[in-house]
Design a binder for this molecule. Structure first.
Ligand code: AP5
Ligand code: MG
Ligand code: ZN
Length: 229
């Protein structure tokens, strides 16, 4: 992996529908840019695994493919942002998901004298998203996604990324019902967030089809960065 490391204080948002590849790209960018990855979905799944009260509140919403209420979500994500040193760059994945969350984020950053630098929207058609999510497995420990394909067959039983091999499982919200609902919620509630960042002159939309490496190059290009691999 080539480290670029010129953007360690970059504050970035990854936007896109469920299955667009936000988490996949974030794992690459975290290494390339040396910035923190803050995924609201991963934070919720961490709470679920640890049986916390917050996890119990989130579970029902997540399994239905609905948004967890803002009163719970905003505090959780902004708490994580506020805990970082001010010079530390980060990318938010899965947050903000409605305009109320986007405004709360702007307010929290303003208190730190900061702004978002770029919002990258990874665009993928719904039929491809449904195909990806019905064949996705993830690691319970590091959240790395794996895909079941006719060529690769079943995913491994344990993760090859974690030192002690996390269990590979299918997310409870990757059922056909929850996926359909997540897409409806995305188009109704999250699509306006694209306009929010477009109006602020921060939005870059890139195609999310093609190989993971191709999409990665497009994300870096949208940030004005290139990488030799
Ligand atoms: P969250 O965990 O954020 O899920 P999501 O947005 O639905 O997105 P996914 O994680 O499913 O997809 P992804 O874009 O990360 O794609 P991935 O890289 O895995 O949220 C889950 C739930 O938590 C929500 O429904 C809600 O209930 C709650 N929640 C979270 N944030 C919230 C918020 N802010 N407010 C309220 N509630 C919130 O890739 C998908 C698959 O495709 C993988 O198998 C991968 O290997 C494959 N893939 C990736 N790239 C490619 C490629 N280029 N070509 C082919 N396959 C690819
Ligand atoms: Mg994800
Ligand atoms: Zn793992």
């Amino acid at each position: 992996m080539t480290r670029i490391g010129v953007a360690t204080n970059l504050r970035l948002i990854l936007l896109g529908p469920p299955g667009a590849g936000k988490g996949t790209q974030a794992l690459l960018l975290k290494e390339q840019l040396e910035i923190e990855h803050v995924s609201s979905g991963d934070l919720f799944r961490h709470h679920l695994s640890n049986g916390t009260e917050l996890g119990e509140i989130a579970r029902g919403y997540m399994n239905q493919g609905a948004l967890v209420p803002d009163e719970v979500t905003i505090g959780m994500v902004l708490g994580r942002v506020r805990s970082m040193p001010t010079g530390q760059g980060f990318m938010l994945d899965g947050f903000p998901r409605n305009t109320n969350q986007a405004e709360a984020l702007d307010g929290a950053l303003e208190q730190r004298g900061q702004k978002i630098d770029r919002a990258v929207h990874i665009s993928v058609p719904d039929d491809e998203l449904i195909r990806r999510l019905s064949n996705r497995y993830i690691c319970r420990k590091c959240q790395k996604p794996f895909t079941r394909t006719p060529a690769s067959g079943e995913p491994p039983k344990s993760c090859n990324e974690c030192a002690d091999g996390g269990e590979i499982y299918q997310r409870d919200d990757d059922t056909p019902y929850a996926v359909a609902n997540r897409l409806i919620v995305y188009h109704q509630e999250t699509a306006p967030v694209l306009d929010f960042y477009r109006d602020a002159g921060l939005l870059a939309t890139i195609p999310g089809e093609g190989t993971v490496e191709t999409v990665n190059k497009s994300v870096l290009a949208a940030l004005g960065l290139t990488v030799e691999v």
